[in-house]
Design a protein around this ligand. Sequence first.
Ligand SMILES: C[S@@+](CC[C@H](N)C(=O)[O-])C[C@H]1O[C@@H](n2cnc3c(N)ncnc32)[C@H](O)[C@@H]1O
Length: 377
Amino acid sequence: MVSKKSFLDLEKIKTELLKYGVKDVNSEIGKIEKQIKSALNSCKEKNKIARKQYKNAIPFSEIYDSIDKLNLPDWVQKKINSARIFGKSKQMIIFPDGEKYQINNPLNNLSGGDWLNFTTSVFSTFYTTKGKDSYAHKIRKIHPSPKPPQLMREIIEFFTKENEIIFDYFMGVGGSLLGAGLSKRKAIGIDLNEKFIKAYKNAAKEIGVDIFPTKCGDCLEIFNNEKEMKSLLNNEKISLVLLDPPYANMMNKEKTGGDIAIYGNNATPFTNDERDFGNLKQTVFFDSLKQSVEFVLPYMKKHGYIVLFIKDLQPNKKELNLLHADIIKKLNEIPNLNYKGLRIWADRSAKLFPYGYPFSFVANQIHQYILVFRKKK
Ligand SMILES: C[S@@+](CC[C@H](N)C(=O)[O-])C[C@H]1O[C@@H](n2cnc3c(N)ncnc32)[C@H](O)[C@@H]1O
């Protein structure tokens, strides 16, 4: 049994569950207890192994004279006095608590544990839209689908090192740019809609992070103008292109079911501009997205990543509408790009609606695909 003094007040949870009519309360509580116990056991086991590894490792100062040329992240430098070197290649730093950092990691500044956690293919979050932890949601909510800056920060921290550049040419109210500001990276953004860019700047001020360069306009037109691109990038190479594209006329469709309760039954396109990717027919959308990636690749560093969010549409009689699969196939046609895999993000704060009730199954899609591509050379 988990002690009642633990951070979870299981008795309180039990009362709440009973209040909401959950039938098998003891079994629900049992499941939570089992999960906590198994997480604790796995931590204990890892800690035991790590302590042994640390004991057998060599003090850092016996291998390296100084940290000057090692380009170590701040968190490693701060506790370098307790660091030891582990493994044959002499590249693995280990700390007394078992945290590890690989000196020749070219991708990010993460510890081994954080790297491993990020590679979980499915994860879910519940981000609040109220108070300080909402990251200025009050300002960002003028956009119909803003991305949580905390989520973008985690992605950015995996695919880049500090001070590297993130580029989002569908920036909206700046989920990616705010995420970059929160993680000591730099960013550049483009959006067709000036109102969204202004809201991003206000949100950055409110949160207290850097305000990065932005450009209002059509991304394809801007990419076509080499001079403009060069001045935007200031001769630096992009490490991560992080995109949340509008697609397949989705926002332009009249709303149905539960969405009416939120948006009314009118279409809510991001803009009425015919260059808006959200207003393109599906086939044109796929081609335009591919074209945009081809344009941007030369401005990226070798082995840089392109990460994009996509949600499938509901299937219908004519189409399966597996947009994520269609996009993977389309972008993988680009010779200098490799598809590397995906993660599935479930947004637990999304409202559920009885779409097909009581006649047929219609999924409440609370998940989005995060597709990962890497530039070859
Ligand atoms: C899904 S939203 C991105 C939301 C963003 N991730 C955020 O956190 O707010 C897509 C954005 O792409 C913009 N957009 C659509 N077509 C564009 C184009 N051709 N060039 C630049 N921006 C475009 C829209 O105005 C919209 O704000």
